[in-house]
Design a protein around this ligand. Structure first.
Ligand code: SF4
Length: 281
């Protein structure tokens, strides 16, 4: 498996208008017991594990529990572990240093700060603080960590911090209410591959073949090894069609395809995915 993305919480301190999961203050969070079972059910050959939300640091206790559990049970010792955050806790170099040091002690190889955009700024994130230039809190926090552990700031053995540029959102959840021109035209289906290589887990433990969770679930990753779920999904006519040919092929199997909509499926498969699976999710 290439990647398992664990969206273990939909709880968030912010309520951004572009949030495709409509996360907020009352969001669901996976309990620790279920999270342990999910971690045990991740295939051994998984290369990347991503912890995301919602905002993982609003549920920091659960996040740290999961990282600790992986470490003491030697779960996926070779996988690269990433944590996503909106970075609300990035105040100064000390706050960055403390979090990075803790994450590194749990073998986390990367932190991704996903809030360098106008939507997060509207919600109070100080996007000026998210720079990677010398003198910024992230740069200085990394330098402090490098000095403390005695390796170079740029070494892959330290911890990477990535602050990607903003991308237009997909029209799911609250983002559906945004003006059309600010939405993304997404032309690739992540699930369309010869096999399920990227699985996302929601707070209730259900597994999905892509991050957007617009398809039905392939089953519970709390109860069943993810490898088994992926194998079973391939035997299901609709999932098999989705994996092979994207939502257009899945719609054909469901009897929901109309040739006149072909261009729409090609231009924005995720939107069509949301539509054809609406009553099956
Ligand atoms: S088309 Fe559907 S299955 Fe493919 S990436 Fe988009 S939402 Fe996921």
């Amino acid at each position: 498996m290439e990647q398992v993305t664990i969206q273990f919480t939909e709880n968030c301190n912010l309520q951004c208008s572009h949030c495709y999961l409509s996360c907020g203050l009352q969001g669901r969070t996976m309990d620790k017991n279920s999270l342990e079972k999910v971690l045990q059910n991740i295939p051994e050959n998984t290369k990347h594990v991503v912890f995301t939300g919602g905002e993982p640091f609003v549920e920091k206790d659960t996040l740290m529990h999961a990282l600790y559990y992986m470490r003491i049970n030697s779960i996926l010792p070779k996988a690269r572990i990433h944590v996503h955050t909106n970075g609300f806790w990035i105040k100064d170099d000390i706050s960055v240093y403390r979090v990075l040091r803790q994450l590194r002690s749990f073998r986390v190889s990367g932190l991704v700060v996903t809030s360098r955009d106008s939507y997060h700024k509207e919600q109070g994130i100080d996007t000026e603080k998210l720079g990677m230039h010398s003198g910024s809190p992230i740069f200085k926090g990394l330098e402090m960590l490098a000095t403390a552990v005695g390796i170079s700031r740029t070494s892959g053995r330290l911890i990477r911090v990535n602050v990607p540029n903003a991308r237009k959102p997909l029209p799911f959840g609250r983002a559906k209410l945004l003006p059309e021109e600010s939405l993304r035209n997404y032309s690739e289906c992540d699930a369309r591959a010869e096999k399920i290589y990227n699985v996302t887990i929601s707070p209730d433990g259900n597994a999905y073949p892509c991050c957007w969770r617009q398809t039905p679930s392939i089953g519970s990753a709390v109860e069943t090894p993810i490898e088994v779920l992926a194998e079973e999904a391939k035997k299901n006519e609709v999932f098999a069609a989705l994996i092979k040919g994207g939502p257009m092929k899945a719609a054909e199997v469901l009897g929901a395809y109309d040739e006149k909509d072909k261009a729409r499926y090609q231009a924005n498969p995720c939107v069509e995915c949301e539509r054809i699976f609406k009553d099956l999710r």
